[in-house]
Design a protein around this ligand. Structure first.
Ligand SMILES: [Zn+2]
Length: 226
């Protein structure tokens, strides 16, 4: 059975996520509202100067397809309202966008759907990747609510940082989709990749009364129906 993954964000993190998951044989739906800008090329290495002005989602999907994978791109901003149209019957959800509110929405939606997920973030010299699965502590258990955060577009990010964290996020995602729950409910934190590449791996407990996961499924939906 072909596994299908939703990739939210086709930029610096979405690029390595999609290329790795596509090469691993997952069918991808890639969602991003933006077009490629010349200022993206130093960190979004899936794109070339010929892609400038083109939709990121479609160009990243084309990069996956060019490498033998299966992917579709959707030039739209992911919102909870159309999530079921874009994400129905997904085996995995990964997020590499740079909008805190969207990251919470993606995580909450994955939790409610009983779908394993990875939420990745990077800015300046570090970042993090959090893995979640039914029954484990969720993204909202850890962060509670969106907070103002530095963003790559304004604060900058060292190009290789997104590649490194995107790769870690992809490895976590491939583990989850294969049923490996070793890191479900954990976050890998990289403070400064110039100083060292070892993450702090923090496993956290479900927060009692968490509005996202307290009443969510405790088993993967498609695993139950398979
Ligand atoms: Zn929770």
């Amino acid at each position: 059975m072909t596994r299908r993954a939703l990739v939210v964000g086709a930029g610096g993190l979405g690029g390595p996520l999609a290329l790795a998951l596509g090469a691993a044989g997952l069918e991808l739906w890639i969602v991003d509202p933006d077009v490629v800008e010349a200022s993206n090329l130093h960190r979004q290495v899936q794109f070339t100067p010929a892609d400038v002005g083109q939709p990121k989602a479609a160009r990243l999907a084309a990069a996956v397809v060019a490498r033998g994978g299966v992917a579709r791109g959707f030039q739209t901003r992911w919102t909870p309202d159309d999530a079921d149209d874009l994400g129905e019957a997904m085996d995995l959800v990964v997020d590499g966008c740079d909008d805190p509110g969207t990251k919470f929405g993606v995580a909450d939606w994955a939790v409610a759907a009983g779908t394993p997920y990875v939420i990745a973030a990077a800015v300046q010299l570090g970042g993090n990747a959090m893995a979640g699965a039914p029954g484990a502590a969720c993204y909202r258990c850890l962060f509670e609510a969106p907070a103002p955060a530095l963003q790559c577009a304004t604060a900058g990010v060292l190009g290789p940082v997104v590649g490194a964290i995107g790769g870690v996020a992809a490895a976590l995602a491939i583990g989850l989709v294969r049923g490996d729950r070793t890191h479900a409910g954990s976050i890998f934190v990289f403070d400064d990749l110039r100083a060292g590449a070892d993450p702090r791996i923090v496993r956290f407990q479900p927060r009692p009364g968490c509005p996202a996961c307290a009443r969510a499924p405790v088993a993967t939906r498609r695993a139950e129906s398979a």
